[in-house]
Ligand binder design. Sequence first.
Ligand SMILES: Cc1cc2nc3c(=O)[nH]c(=O)nc-3n(C[C@H](O)[C@H](O)[C@H](O)COP(=O)(O)OP(=O)(O)OC[C@H]3O[C@@H](n4cnc5c(N)ncnc54)[C@H](O)[C@@H]3O)c2cc1C
Length: 424
Amino acid sequence: MKLVSYWHDTAPAFAGGVDGPLSGHYDVAIVGGGFTGLGAARQLAKAGARVIVLEAGRIGSGASGRNGGHLNNGLAHSFLAAKSALGTERAIALYRAFDDSIDTLETLIAEEGIACDFRRAGKLKLASKPGHFDAIARNFEAVNREVDPDTALLSAADLNGEVGSPFHGAMLSRKSAMMHMGRFVVGLADAAQRHGAILAEDAAVTGITRAGGRHSLATGRGTITANEVLIATGAYTTPNFSHFRRRIISVGSFIIATRPLSDAEIASVVPGNRTYVTSMNIGNYFRLSPDRRLIFGGRARFSATSDQRSDAKSGAILRASLARIFPQIASVDIDYCWGGLVDMTSDRYPRAGQQDGLWYAMGYSGHGAQLSTHLGMTIADAMLGREDRNPLKGLPWPAVPGHFGKPWFLPLVGLYYKALDCVQ
Ligand SMILES: Cc1cc2nc3c(=O)[nH]c(=O)nc-3n(C[C@H](O)[C@H](O)[C@H](O)COP(=O)(O)OP(=O)(O)OC[C@H]3O[C@@H](n4cnc5c(N)ncnc54)[C@H](O)[C@@H]3O)c2cc1C
């Protein structure tokens, strides 16, 4: 079993990073080379701006190259809960922004000719318990009536031919999609570079100061200046960005991938070939890879670290969950096991806007593989003085009380959700 991301292992690495010391003045400096930063860089460069992306590691080495590959439309929250938390207008705007994100990806992939197996597969939110189906049905009524008629409610019997495990019904969201995340992130970086953006790897930003209307960004490879800065560092935000560290809770999330499955195995496990998410608080998500592996993820453990040791521990838990849900492939070989950090906010809604003269977009809370590119482009448009379509503009974002970077309270949160899963 390889302890590396399947997406990293099966895509070419980005090869266009600029060499040598960094210097000079730019219209925009972007901190972070994941989907958010690259989506913004491409948009800005296309408009003729001088842009540099400063990435601490390799392009796509953060969550963008480590996720489950589900491009699910609409909200991960219940739409009813979003309406009561955000108000109807913002809940609808945010739902539509997620839908638009998938259209944005589809258009961008076609425009740039990125070979990443994008496919509108549809998503099934599966009821793990009978009571969960009632909640899914109530939410479906509101979603289908108010914001997304391209949805359907499926009974347990309707799931024959969709998934080979006894769930209690599901909501189908037809606009949802999937793709090869590694090939997309490298394709997006190549596109940004083709349009004129400069991409620098191994260029961690260690400090930002401001003087005379210019930002000065210090990196291990030199200092550059810029008129505008976008912070696109997600769960990997470093302690020097303390405003964001106090608001982002970085949580480990883990994934295993089986060996390629046979036709008969696929027919018995995921004949519907969609993206699938279970309804438990500590739930699982799965889909097939382009080469027919089952990519199976979940929180597994409430850990603030993802490294090979932590990932392998979580992988063992995920393997047991896979065997419980799909006993028909309980002993299948696991070829890959990896993890990454998710940028949670306390209410699990993302945030984007401006703070102390710095632009930012982050806090996708495990539901950003689609929104991040789109939101990066949306913020780029706002910087360019175009229509500001940011659905999160003005949404308050208080610091998490007692949180200064290391989420010491994660084990308690884990116990809380475990208890909730027992009683709900
Ligand atoms: C295991 C896992 C599974 C997931 N599954 C899904 C899924 O199936 N569907 C879904 O919608 N979402 C999923 N997500 C979430 C999704 O991947 C993220 O929301 C999305 O990739 C965020 O992109 P980003 O560009 O904002 O952040 P990232 O891709 O994390 O990029 C941030 C970058 O900033 C860099 N950085 C940090 N600090 C500095 C600094 N000081 N200087 C320079 N660079 C810096 C980091 O090195 C990193 O590369 C998952 C996430 C994980 C970890």
